[in-house]
Design a protein around this ligand. Structure first.
Ligand code: ZN
Ligand code: ZN
Length: 130
């Protein structure tokens, strides 16, 4: 069981499943949405995902067709996302999780969008796009 929350604590959620794989995404939209150099996320089964509090404080933004990003209206934390392409899944934003995962990312994606002020120094696989 994983739990997560936004910065102000209004929105909280849990995921009662296993996170087996995740990646670091360097695309321009993740960079802007998280306001950081890359976003780390995991695609998980939505039936095991539950909003525990703050549902009325969640705002949404369609960053590309069919891709909806959900934020806390109060503090701006990007808490999770959904994508039409994976309709039965939720994309957890791992920075919103409380606690450790015990696994490492499977790689870096959209490295072609990475800005020159950040250098990847691990040896995980890198993909220019998806
Ligand atoms: Zn918040
Ligand atoms: Zn991305």
């Amino acid at each position: 069981m994983y739990t997560g929350s936004c910065l102000c604590g209004t929105v909280s959620f849990n995921f009662d499943g296993e996170i087996r794989r995740f990646h670091h995404c360097h695309c321009r939209t993740c960079r802007k949405a998280h306001a950081t150099v890359y976003g780390s996320s995991a695609l998980v089964d939505e039936t095991k995902f539950q909003i525990l509090s703050g549902e009325e404080s969640i705002s949404q933004y369609e960053s590309s067709p069919g891709k909806i990003r959900y934020f806390c209206k109060n503090c701006g934390t990007h808490v999770f996302a959904r994508c039409d392409r994976d309709a039965n899944c939720v994309i957890l934003r791992l920075g919103a999780l409380d606690g450790d995962l015990g696994i490492k990312a499977i790689g870096h994606i959209w490295v072609s969008h990475k800005p020159d002020w950040y250098e990847i120094t691990d040896d995980l696989p890198q993909s220019p796009e998806w």
